[in-house]
Design a binder for this molecule. Structure first.
Ligand SMILES: [Zn+2]
Length: 142
């Protein structure tokens, strides 16, 4: 939970990003799913570059108001000991993990990451790629 709420941007802007009680259920579900993600990625450490975002933090990072980060249902991860973000996206897309959305983000940049969101109940298993400087979301892992 500490990793899920940690944020360099929150620290920089002195934003209290602690998790409200009404988000605990979603956050617990997300973190449970992340344990499965970590197992698939060879039990290597996951780096959560963005997890829970309260409204002030979500605004500060330019996140969409409807972002699943704002409901504790999504995380941005890297796992450099396992591989690149593109490799991670391919492996997770081919796994049986129940994700709602998996987005390979900025794959041409060294800081590329994978956004993954989980819903309780029906998950769409939607796989997308989003390049830096391009607003389009492309289907699949590009
Ligand atoms: Zn994200």
């Amino acid at each position: 939970m500490r990793e899920f709420t940690a944020s360099q941007t929150a620290a920089r802007y002195n934003i209290d990003n602690s998790l409200p009680v009404n988000m605990h259920e979603n956050a617990t579900h997300t973190c449970e799913q992340l344990e499965k993600v970590r197992a698939i990625l060879g039990n290597n450490p996951l780096i959560i570059t963005s997890g829970w975002r309260n409204p002030a933090l979500n605004k500060a990072v330019g996140g969409s108001a409807s972002s699943d980060h704002a409901t504790a249902r999504a995380v941005d991860i890297r796992c450099p000991k396992f591989g690149t973000a593109r490799t991670i996206a391919r492996v997770l897309a081919a796994s049986d993990i129940e994700f709602d959305q998996l987005i390979l983000e900025s794959p041409t940049l060294p800081g590329a990451w994978v956004h993954i969101g989980f819903r309780k109940g029906t998950n769409r298993r939607q796989v997308l790629t989003k390049f830096a400087g391009d607003k389009t979301y492309y289907a699949g892992v590009k």
